[in-house]
Each structure stands twice: as C-alpha cells, then as structure tokens.
Design a protein around this ligand. Structure first.
Ligand SMILES: Nc1ncnc2c1ncn2[C@@H]1O[C@H](COP(=O)(O)OP(=O)(O)O)[C@@H](O)[C@H]1O
Ligand SMILES: Nc1ccn([C@H]2C[C@H](O)[C@@H](COP(=O)(O)OP(=O)(O)O)O2)c(=O)n1
Length: 221
C-alpha cells in the first residue's frame, strides 16, 4: 500500500477543544495509528526548559527537534528514556511550545517525523496544521472547536485530575493568548481549511463528537 493511499483523519483546532481525546478514541474505534503532533512541539519545549537553550536560537531548536529521542507507548511518552507524560502537559510547556512553533526551521525539522506516522491501516492525528500542511490529502479533515470558556473549564478539570496545579482565570487568559499566537503566526497558522468540516463541541459530549467524526469518515470513504 503506497503512503498516499493510506487513509488519514486530521483533527485541528485550538487548545483544549478536545482534539487529542477525540482523535485517540476515533483511532481506537478504527484500529488506526494515532499521532499527537502537539506532543512533539511540547517535547522540544521541554528540552529547552531542561537544557536552558536559548528559545530564540532557531538552529539549535531545529537540531533538538530533528534528534528528539522520543518513544510513544500507548498514552505514555518517554524523552531520552525518561517518562515525561505529565511534564509536557503543563501550561508552561504548552505556552513555550506555541512560541517555538512559530519558527520555520523547527516546523521543517518535525515534518518528516510526523509524516512517518502514516502507516497501514490508517492514521488519526491532531494538531494545528495537520490538514492544511502535514497531510493536505487527508481523507477527512476536521476543525474541532468550543467556546474559550468551555475549553478553559475542560483544561482546568483535566490538569487537576493529573495533579497539576491550575487556576481557571489564568487558564482562560492562557487560552486566549495561545489561540491568538497560533492563529496569527505567518507559518502554518491554525485555520479552518476550505475542505475541512467544522465541529463546535461546546455543547456536545465526547461520545457525540466521536460518533459524528466516525459518521463523517464513513460518509467520505
Ligand atoms: N466534548 C467534550 N465535552 C467535555 N469534555 C471534553 C470534550 N472533549 C474533550 N473533553 C475533555 O477536555 C479535556 C481537554 O481535551 P484534550 O483532548 O486534551 O484537548 P486538546 O487536545 O484539544 O488540547 C480533556 O480532559 C477531555 O477529556
Ligand atoms: N501541529 C501542531 C501542533 C502543536 N503546535 C503548537 C501550537 C500549540 O499551542 C502547541 C501545543 O500544542 P498541543 O496540541 O499540545 O496543545 P493543546 O493540547 O491543544 O493545548 O504546539 C503547532 O504549532 N502545530
């Protein structure tokens, strides 16, 4: 099966819209592979935090991105053999990832690694530019969103459940800032492509969203 014929579902959208949750559940239902592209940017950010490399040194960050020693195993993540599953989920890491993600060399260094996840029988992947840049020929492209207030509530609940300290007002401000940074950058901005289905999940349950994505996928195969 050549790579172009391997089905891909892309789920792009702003922070805490539910992309990762929905993508993982859809991948499980279809027995497809799953790629959390945001985790790659977060791993670069974590490497910067841990090594205090200058986050404006684009070439140094591109080297880090190119040589990430990462292992994805179900829902856990190892960087250089160390479990960083929760360490990358802090808002500090998410914010730095968003700042670093504006750099062309970092994005270029992660592109082939992301595309290598396209393996039989198929791939479900979430991020900001999966349908617009990484997999432009994806079988189904979804833009998943929700109100900023709902997304702040979801992220707050999620972080507290992970034992990570959080403040709802700070989270809401972080979400507004991250939304603006990710959608106004020059390179690979977060946007709904013309061939992309909009799914506003503000008032939908996880199950309703998963069922809608599966319905859309079955309708376009
Ligand atoms: N439709 C939904 N309704 C309520 N909670 C949701 C919904 N979708 C996702 N969540 C929850 O919101 C939180 C953030 O979801 P996540 O998948 O991490 O978002 P993203 O990957 O877009 O940042 C998770 O705790 C998840 O369980
Ligand atoms: N495909 C992607 C994925 C993430 N990024 C950047 C921009 C995002 O704010 C950060 C973190 O992404 P991530 O999806 O982990 O963030 P959320 O879980 O949506 O809060 O990385 C990107 O530029 N392109």
């Amino acid at each position: 099966m050549d790579s172009d014929s391997i089905p891909v579902i892309t789920i792009d959208g702003p922070s805490a819209s539910g992309k990762g949750t929905i993508a993982q559940l859809v991948a499980k239902k279809l027995a497809f592979h799953y790629l959390d592209s945001g985790a790659l940017y977060r791993l670069v950010a974590l490497s910067v935090i841990q090594s205090n490399v200058d986050s404006t040194n684009e070439s140094a960050l591109a080297d880090i991105a190119l040589n990430l020693n990462v292992r994805f195993h179900d829902s856990s993540l190892q960087l250089n053999g160390e479990d960083v599953t929760n360490s990358i989920r802090t808002e500090e890491c998410g914010k730095l990832a968003s700042i670093i993600a504006r750099q062309l060399k970092v994005r270029a260094a992660l592109l082939q690694r992301q595309r290598a996840f396209r393996q039989p029988p198929g791939l479900v992947t979430d991020g900001r530019d999966m349908g617009t840049v990484v997999f432009p020929d994806a079988t189904l492209k979804i833009f998943l969103t929700a109100s900023a207030e709902e997304r702040a509530q979801r992220r707050y609940k999620q972080l507290i459940e992970k034992g990570i300290n959080a403040n709802i007002q700070t989270l809401l401000q972080d979400i507004y800032e991250r939304d603006a940074r990710d959608s106004t950058r020059d390179i690979s901005p977060l946007k709904q492509g013309e061939d992309t289905k909009l799914l506003d999940t503000t008032s939908l349950s996880i199950e309703e969203v998963v069922n809608e994505v599966l319905r859309l996928y079955n309708a376009c195969r």
